[in-house]
Design a binder for this molecule. Structure first.
Ligand code: TXA
Ligand code: MG
Length: 320
């Protein structure tokens, strides 16, 4: 990750065997590699490496932690990560590889970093159809977490030049596969319960409904159903009430430390924001596992990844 500073430039890798091997090696060592899919370019990191995944949010400058889509090469690899019932399996067989993302219940022991799901018990998975994405995923051999490869709030990139225009020097490399064919993000379907459309995208909803033989649910239309992508990061909160900017624990509180404030659990003793982001959701889950009735959280500086961490902590501390 030494190359990721303001003065460095990112490597531009060609779509040949050497480029794919270099991209896979960078992912293996925890690096960030943008790669083409048929929808848009993704900003990839090893989905099982929490620190690498935190690097995605740092590079994009995302002010909050949205859950990420995990990319794998085959339907079998997807099935190792999420539960697919009959309808999920039908969609996977009919539309993968392709511009479809399925959200399913995360299998225990899948090994996905909790920052990928923003602490949720569901995971978004896609098998992309782009030949270069397929070769990279096969060479790397593990799940790759990847949001669109643009700075937060900017348009999704459909060429390597778009990627570099936004992220040059902030990522290790871009694998150049030319322009994306679909140019629009994947369609996201939840297969937890009856299939539901979470985001319209590259595969038309009509095609999915025809394959399923039933209409999709539209949870976004129902104000009582909170499941819409983007709002999902607010879905998970620890059970204990949360107090922010604390330097000591009071009464029944368990202290979650950072930097000079050391707690029962600590986000990063070194005050490293990337390490803190990588550990955040694990710490919240562990506080639940400890049955912490109340949680006091040390101050986290509101810069860089600290903004996303504080956004998440403020949601956790909001009145319920
Ligand atoms: O075409 C695409 O989908 C591209 C390429 C790179 O695969 N990726 C992409 O990722 O568009 P991103 O991060 O820009 O959008 C991911 C969406 C977000 O709206 C997020 O809320 C949703 O996926 N998402 C991820 N995990 C989810 C989950 N467990 N439940 C519901 N929605 C989820
Ligand atoms: Mg995006």
């Amino acid at each position: 990750m030494q190359s990721r500073n303001a003065n460095a430039t990112s490597e531009r890798l060609g779509p040949d065997a050497a480029g794919v091997a270099r991209a896979a090696a960078l992912l293996t060592s925890g690096g960030l590699v943008a790669f083409p899919t048929e929808t848009v370019y993704g900003l990839g990191a090893d989905a099982c490496n929490a620190d690498a995944v935190a690097g995605i949010f740092a590079a994009k400058g995302r002010p909050s932690f949205n859950p990420l889509i995990v990319h794998v090469a085959t339907v079998e690899a997807a099935r190792a990560l999420i539960d697919l019932d009959n309808r999920g399996d039908l969609l996977a067989q009919a539309f993968w590889p392709g511009a479809l993302t399925l959200v399913g219940r995360l299998k225990p022991g899948a090994g996905i970093a909790s920052l990928v799901t923003a602490g949720l018990d569901t995971l978004a998975v896609r098998v992309p159809d782009h030949p270069l994405a397929q070769r990279l995923l096969a060479a790397f051999g593990r799940p790759v977490a990847a949001p669109s490869a643009n700075p937060s709030g900017r348009v999704s990139p459909t060429t390597a030049a778009h990627v570099l225009a936004g992220l040059d020097g902030r990522i290790d490399a871009v694998l150049d596969g030319g322009a994306c064919g679909v140019g629009l993000e994947s369609t996201i379907i939840s297969v937890v319960g009856a299939p539901a459309l979470l985001r319209a995208g590259g595969v038309p909803a009509e095609a999915l409904e025809q394959a399923l033989g039933v209409a999709l649910r539209h949870p976004g239309d129902d104000p009582s159903a909170p499941i819409s992508p983007g709002q999902l990061a607010s879905h998970y909160a620890p059970r204990g009430r949360v107090r922010l900017n604390a330097t000591t624990a009071q009464n029944d509180e368990v202290l979650l430390g950072f930097g000079p404030v050391s707690g029962t659990l600590t986000l990063s003793a070194a005050g490293d924001l990337q390490e803190a982001a990588a550990r955040l959701f694990d710490c919240l889950h562990r506080l639940d596992a400890m049955d912490a009735p109340a949680i006091a959280v040390a101050p986290v500086p509101d810069r860089g990844l600290g903004r996303a961490i504080n956004d998440r902590l403020r949601r956790a501390a909001a009145p319920r």
